[in-house]
Structure formats: structure tokens, C-alpha cells
Design a protein around this ligand. Sequence first.
Ligand code: 5GP
Length: 209
Amino acid sequence: MRERGILAVVSGFSGAGKGTLMKALMDRYDNYALSISVTTRQPREGEKDGREYFFITEEQFDEMVAQDRLIEYARYVHHSYGTPKDYVMRQLEEGKDVILEIEIQGALKVKERFPETLLAFVTPPSAEELKRRLVNRGTETEEVIEARMRRACEEAEQMDRYDYLLINDQLDACVEELHRLIQAQHGRMNLHRDFAERMKRELKEISGK
Ligand code: 5GP
């Protein structure tokens, strides 16, 4: 049987370059599955339903919550976002390493529910660079940019609850670092309890204990 996959959460300030980072990781390596969230916000230009998000109504969102079909969900700057449970569980069982690109409240809920989850926080090298990236993206109004900068201030307070920090200065280096972190988790002792038990048994047998 294939070893169960690793669940990894990647969070970071809006504008930290998480989307680009995820895309580069998926393009470069085969064994990752990126969870697609549901959201009640409107698609941005160029976004496609079922690719970046499943775009749903508030009513549909509430129904998913009521039916316990989301691993976690949160409000973020006027809208709701959530992680569908079925897909994530299935991929993990099939041995894929699953990545959730979600914000901080959701990340902490996932960690509570699945304590072995790897939490990585992505940030640009400076606050100035963050603002520059948000403005250059050109998809948001000034008001939304200001709201996202304020949200970044709040999120920064919780950054140190993550297991790992990724500074997204050079995209390539950041992709490799994230890949390395996730792959290193495969060696964790708590994922190999069966092996450890078998080894203990065999050693006792061999040494006649
Ligand atoms: P955006 O509107 O820029 O696509 O996303 C806004 C924020 O919501 C980002 O920080 C993104 O990581 C987060 N987000 C996306 N999907 C989910 C989700 O399923 N759950 C939670 N908790 N946050 C999400």
C-alpha cells in the first residue's frame, strides 16, 4: 500500500505570491494535489470556476457548512472561503501530498483537527514590497488594497504560530524550499508507526527476548 500523503498548509499575506508559488510547484513536481476551495467572492478577471476556486453563493456555502462538507472555513475581507473535505481526504489516501492555500484562521483550525499538518507561511522580503506587489497586480481597487494591507498587519501577529517561514524573494529558490520541507515530512516517525512496531517485534524475536 502507498504511504499516506502529507497535508501541508501554505498561508501568507495577500500579494505574497502564493498563487505563483503553487503553480510553479505543481508544474515542477507530480506528487502534489492542490485543493480547490469554495468561495463566495466574485471571480477576478481571468479566473475560471473550478480552476482557481469553485465560485458559489452564500446559500450554497451555508449548505456545505451545515452538511459538514468543509474541513475548515473562514471569512476574509467580506467573503467566505472553505476547503472541501472529500477531495482532500481522497488524495491523501491515494498518497498525494495535498496543499491547502488558505488564510491563517483556517490554517490553525486544520492544525487543530490534524496536528501532523505542516504549516508554512510565505512572505515577501518587506512590507514595502508587499504593497508594491498588491498595487502592481492591478486587479484590486485602492479600497481593497488598503483592507488587505490592514489584514496583513493582523496576520503578521500570528505568523509565529506556523512551523516554517518562506521568504518569497526568488521564486525558484522558494519553490525548492517548500518542496524540500514537505518531502522531509515523509520521514517523520509518527507516519511510520507500523514499521517501528514491526522492527521492535523482529528484534525481540531475533535476539530471543
Ligand atoms: P483571494 O480572494 O485573494 O483569492 O483569497 C483571499 C484569502 O483567502 C487568501 O489568503 C487565501 O489563501 C484565502 N483562502 C482561499 N481559500 C481558502 C479556504 O478554503 N479557506 C480559508 N480559510 N482561506 C482560504
